[in-house]
Design a protein. Structure first.
Length: 136
């Protein structure tokens, strides 16, 4: 299971607009959707995880997967530091090396500027969970 990141702003934004947002791959095919309550669903509409307002991430069986902190820090189920999503969209690993970047238009690119997918209107921290961090 792959990638996921944090909440506060996201849930507030999603509740405000009251709709789900989608994550797409390089072929623009659906990968997942994030609903207004933080529920993340796959292509079969099965719940794969939920991001709570405090940044805690739990899977469909309510098992703790990790957390995305308000500053963009991503931690796994053992509280180990996985990396960080900076305010400009740059995603870094534990060694502070760049993994890639999430752009304001939703494009997600690796460190070699190859497009990995799209996450339009999804907070950068949450898009990073899908494309760069292996939490689910």
């Amino acid at each position: 299971m792959k990638k996921i990141a944090a909440i506060l702003t996201f849930v507030m934004c999603m509740v405000a607009i009251g709709q789900s947002q989608t994550i797409r791959n390089t072929n623009n095919s659906f990968v997942a959707k994030i609903e207004s309550d933080g529920t993340i669903r796959n292509g079969n509409n099965s719940m794969i995880a939920r991001i709570y307002s405090d940044g805690v991430i739990r899977d469909g069986n309510n098992r703790y997967l990790g957390k995305v902190e308000s500053d963009g820090t991503v931690r796994d189920r053992n509280n180990s530091y996985l990396g960080k999503v900076e305010s400009n969209g740059t995603v870094r690993n534990p060694n502070n090396s760049t993994l890639g970047k999430i752009y304001p238009d939703g494009a997600v690119r690796d460190r070699n500027n190859h497009t990995l997918g799209y996450a339009k209107d999804i907070p950068m921290r949450y898009a990073a969970l899908f494309f760069f961090f292996e939490l689910f």
